[in-house]
Design a protein around this ligand. Structure first.
Ligand code: C2E
Ligand code: CA
Ligand code: CA
Ligand code: CA
Length: 279
């Protein structure tokens, strides 16, 4: 408790205080998570809206700790970023996703891309492009089957650096998408200078289909923009048939969301691959 004036005490019983304490525990356990093999990748299908086929998947990290249970990435990724743990964790994620994708290809499934989320510090790390190249070499995955997802805010932080880095990925053949697109609009001008392949429409807009016409207009605008720049456009967080039919009508290329499947462990994802045409 902190003394506040003469006789009054102000107690730190707020969420804030609890969160800090909780984060400390998480941080301590996170240091060992990699070597104790507590991290796992889940996969969520990305569906081509023309054919109904799965044409890609997003790898989403999960941390399953014996004491804490399942910890969501929303909770531990920020801690990993603060502590620098995101560098080894991010490398593990890239390697695991590429390796798994190659395993599925070797098993004879239709080849498809795997999308991996990249944090700001990872993207800005020296030698990151080379590291990705090394992982592709090691795992034997062709570069065209890897997509990296960076957020709009990472991209516009240092426009020149981003443009140079994205050009290197382009030359290498690795695909790049801009995640959470529409949430951090500052300038559209940079888009045409960036060598990217896809825009991902943020969940917050998709959620509002049939509810908020302003957000519907934003979706339409993003799809039009993507078409004009010849980019692929993926809607995330699709949960209902109504949302899906809106996106189909607007000629969005691809969708991802609970309507098709939640992110699932690799063994379960394999079952989705078997019924390739199910959606
Ligand atoms: P994100 O990249 O925007 O990922 C989409 C999030 O939406 C995922 O949450 C996914 O499970 C969830 N989602 C997918 N479909 C639906 C839907 O239909 N409805 C709803 N309500 N949600 C849906 P998740 O897996 O908890 O990941 C949260 C965030 O954590 C991700 O947001 C991403 O920013 C970050 N993240 C996840 N894995 C990694 C990773 O390997 N590396 C890094 N740096 N960040 C990661
Ligand atoms: Ca993502
Ligand atoms: Ca997203
Ligand atoms: Ca997001």
């Amino acid at each position: 408790a902190k003394q506040n004036g003469k006789n009054t005490y102000q107690f730190y019983t707020s969420d804030m205080n609890f969160t800090t304490f909780e984060n400390l525990i998480l941080e301590n356990k996170l240091y060992n998570a990699l070597e104790r093999k507590e991290l796992e990748l889940y996969y969520q299908p990305q569906v081509d809206l023309n054919t109904g086929q799965i044409i890609g998947m997003e790898a989403l990290i999960r941390w399953i700790n014996p004491e804490l249970g399942l910890v969501s990435p929303g909770k531990f990724i920020p801690i990993a970023e603060e502590t620098g743990l995101i560098i080894p964790i991010g490398e593990w994620t890239l390697r695991s996703a590429c390796k798994q994708n190659k395993v599925w290809q070797n098993m004879g499934y239709e080849p498809m891309r795997v999308a991996v989320n990249i944090s700001a510090c990872q993207f800005q790390q020296e030698g990151f492009v080379e590291k990705v190249g090394q992982i592709l070499n090691e795992t034997g995955l062709e570069s065209k089957w890897l997509e990296i997802e960076i957020t709009e805010s990472i991209a516009i932080k240092n426009v020149d650096f981003t443009a140079r880095t994205l050009r290197k990925f382009k030359d290498m053949g690795v695909k790049v998408s801009i995640d959470d697109f529409g949430t951090g609009f500052s300038s559209l001008a940079y888009l045409k200078n960036f060598k990217i392949d896809a825009l991902k429409i943020d969940y917050s807009f998709v959620r509002d289909i049939g509810i908020n016409s302003d957000n519907e207009s934003i979706i339409k605008a993003i799809i039009m923009l993507a078409k004009n720049l010849k980019l692929n456009v993926i809607a995330e967080g699709v949960e209902t048939k109504e949302q899906l039919s809106f996106l189909r009508d607007e000629e969005c290329n691809e969708s991802q969301g609970y309507l098709f499947s939640k992110p699932v462990p690799s063994k379960d994802f394999e079952k989705l691959l078997v019924r390739h045409n199910a959606f």
